[in-house]
Design a protein around this ligand. Sequence first.
Ligand SMILES: Nc1ncnc2c1ncn2[C@@H]1O[C@H](COP(=O)(O)OP(=O)(O)OP(=O)(O)O)[C@@H](O)[C@H]1O
Ligand SMILES: CC(C)(CO)[C@@H](O)C(=O)NCCC(=O)O
Length: 415
Amino acid sequence: MLAPSSLPVAFACVCGIVVAYTLRRKHIRELNWKRRISIKKISPHSDMGQSFGLDIGGTLSKIVYFEQAPGVTSRPRAKSHVLAAQEVSRFVKSSDNYGSSGVRDTRLSVTSETLGGTLHFMHFETRKMEGAVSQVANHSLSQSLRVVSCTGGGAHKHLQYANLIHEIAGIEVRKEDEVACLVRGLNFLLNVFPNEVYTFVNVDFGSLSATRMSLVRDNTDEDIFPYILVSIGSGVSVLHVTGPGKFTRVSGSSIGGGTYWGLCRMLFECTTYDEALDLCVHGRNASVDMSVGDIYGGAYEKFNLPATTVASSFGKMISVERAEVSDADIARSLLVMTTQNIGLIAYLNACIHGTKRIFFVGNFLRHNKISCRTLAYAINFWSKGEMKAHFCRHEGYLGALGAFLSQAPDMPCNP
Ligand SMILES: Nc1ncnc2c1ncn2[C@@H]1O[C@H](COP(=O)(O)OP(=O)(O)OP(=O)(O)O)[C@@H](O)[C@H]1O
Ligand SMILES: CC(C)(CO)[C@@H](O)C(=O)NCCC(=O)O
């Protein structure tokens, strides 16, 4: 029972809550009105949100969309659901590009009879979130999306993005853990897609610059566990995975994809990440890095260090003038340094946990064969051929796929 003296305080609190609630509703209504959308309350049965998984990372946001093939479900579907599904599918497939940074990775779409439909993969820059959500709202798609599973740091970030998505598009965000989603996504891909994993053969040569390795598809291992999973995003997470849903985050590094992109942006005139990646392709890191050969005049044979091994990243720049090396050489050195550091952390963790298989994923490896080959060579070299680096075609989408799967228990092969 409240004391009589506290009644005015209680009354003021209740009034405050009512006023705050009313203002907030008004604010949401106004936001939606401005964007000329109407948010209808729709029945859970017609929620298309279950067809999506979202991963909001430090640099990129990734979306997985599952388009069910017509007529595969045994459950009767309401007409409104069928129409909503058609609308969403039309929008997704209307283009390969959305807004200023949105991309649909058409080469990665997978249609599977086992799944009963097609998985589509899209991404955009996280800093463009507001524009991306407005697009969804403006196309009235949000009317059929109620709750979307979402992972990555952005799903948790003071609920900043969750609030934005709710306020602009009326979609509720269901938070999922990013590491759990990553592992779930990879295990699913290993189960379902025979051509998902690849590795490099003929890695046994003396020079990193002479990268002549060929790609082979590699889904042959019967028992995939245990393995080390290295996710190279803005930063790097290293996981030890011992079974479906059984994993520990054993290490990490702040020197990751964000480091390469951030430094390139600072040092060179790159305005997009693709420019930064293209820049290093024709560069020679040997102009910038000090090699074992530069120090020894050849290999350091006693310890099996080939002459071409980088002894000191950027080490030549103590005596070479800036004008003598190109931006491309410096970018290449930066890429190799970042990659080798990640490879070493991966190798040491594989040693600690007695694991021979290392999976490297994350968007840093997207279109980045130089880093993939460098990792394959380095892991083979350090482990004397005992360990193998594996890569995935859908390297950047495991988290979003895991988020999608976390609310799709009926999906076949869902680990
Ligand atoms: N179009 C792009 N724009 C920006 N970075 C890109 C792009 N494509 C690839 N990258 C690289 O991918 C990295 C981001 O990878 P990813 O999407 O896996 O991580 P993230 O989820 O954003 O980061 P984190 O998991 O650390 O929060 C960037 O730092 C950059 O190196
Ligand atoms: C913070 C995360 C997990 C966000 O994905 C990632 O960027 C990361 O693992 N960074 C490295 C953190 C560390 O040094 O362990």
